[in-house]
Ligand binder design. Sequence first.
Ligand code: NDP
Ligand code: X2W
Length: 342
Amino acid sequence: MPFNVAILGASGYTGAELVRIIATHPELRIVALSADRKAGMAMGDVFPHLRHLDLPQLVQTGEIDFSGIDLVFCALPHGLSQALVAQLPTHLKIVDLGADFRLRDPAEYEKWYGAPHVALDLQKEAVYGLTEFYRDDIKSARLVAGTGCNAATVQFALRPLIEAGVIDLDEIICDLKNGVSGAGRSLKENMLFAERSEDVAGYSQGGKHRHLSEFDQEFSAIAGRPVRIVFTPHLVPVNRGILATIYLKGDAQAVYDALAQRYADEPFVVVLPFGQLPAMSHVQGSNFCHIGVTADRISGRVLVVSTLDNLNKGSSGQAVQNANLMLGLDETTGLMLAPIFP
Ligand SMILES: NC(=O)C1=CN([C@@H]2O[C@H](COP(=O)(O)OP(=O)(O)OC[C@H]3O[C@@H](n4cnc5c(N)ncnc54)[C@H](OP(=O)(O)O)[C@@H]3O)[C@@H](O)[C@H]2O)C=CC1
Ligand SMILES: CC(=O)N[C@@H](CCC(=O)OP(=O)(O)O)C(=O)O
């Protein structure tokens, strides 16, 4: 018997990607889809690429009968899940894709997201959803908080290096490029084709991006002392994909060895042969993260490049990976599809 799942926010980009992934998942069945402005519409009318699927109609969340449902994916804008999850029946397992439950310190949440947290008990119970590092906790969790997509890309590169003690923790500089689907599907002037095509621009520079809160939390916990990285994201004219170029001080071979060893048995994190660097196009449409390492000509400088698909490994793929664990399924179920290329 497959597990019944609902997707809240199914008319958004991550919602549609969840549907695309789950459509061929042998153990999950979509029984409810919610939307806000698009409630009442057929999913195939909102997303013609999903027209061939037999899917429930989009409804308001309040219209869903959760009694026969096992797990809920929340793909809602920031700030909505906390109040909503608090009202849902407690038999449900929840995978939240937004930022509501990522930060363990409520003061940090308020600082970065501009409003007090309204479900502190749920926050305490939530497990951070970076599967490869929280696998055991996720297996027994009722509520999992998906990571930020930029945050996942950078953490896959840096966590093993901080753990292994092979880099200078005070010299971490990260330059990241990401695609426009990361901003969601709702209309925004600065996301218009005429403004994004043929352009590259940084944003949230100077330490203002909210994913810094996840870096601060996670990296400092691993190191056992405060770690602060320099992080500048840039928007590039691609639909999906994130590529982080990280400049470090350390021995390149030791950096490579730490990453290769840490991910040797991980099905979704691929460390390329030393000296090779990945491209966004190598992972788009998939749940894979590719990492490359090379030495700089300046002795003691190392370059690490990490790339993943923001809508897949950065959100919906990660969400399904976590749902698999929470439901006692093999972690890779439904997720081994190869990337789309070219
Ligand atoms: N896009 C990405 O790459 C990533 C996104 N995330 C997170 O995932 C979540 C979803 O992101 P994304 O799919 O991009 O967002 P979208 O803007 O594309 O979709 C948002 C969804 O939420 C619904 N919604 C909006 N307002 C309300 C409301 N008041 N009540 C109920 N439903 C509402 C929308 O419905 P309707 O359209 O019908 O109004 C839509 O289905 C966010 O928290 C985001 O931060 C995480 C990692 C990566
Ligand atoms: C292009 C673009 O705007 N990208 C978003 C990605 C955010 C994301 O998806 O992560 P959250 O779940 O934390 O929102 C950004 O950098 O803010």
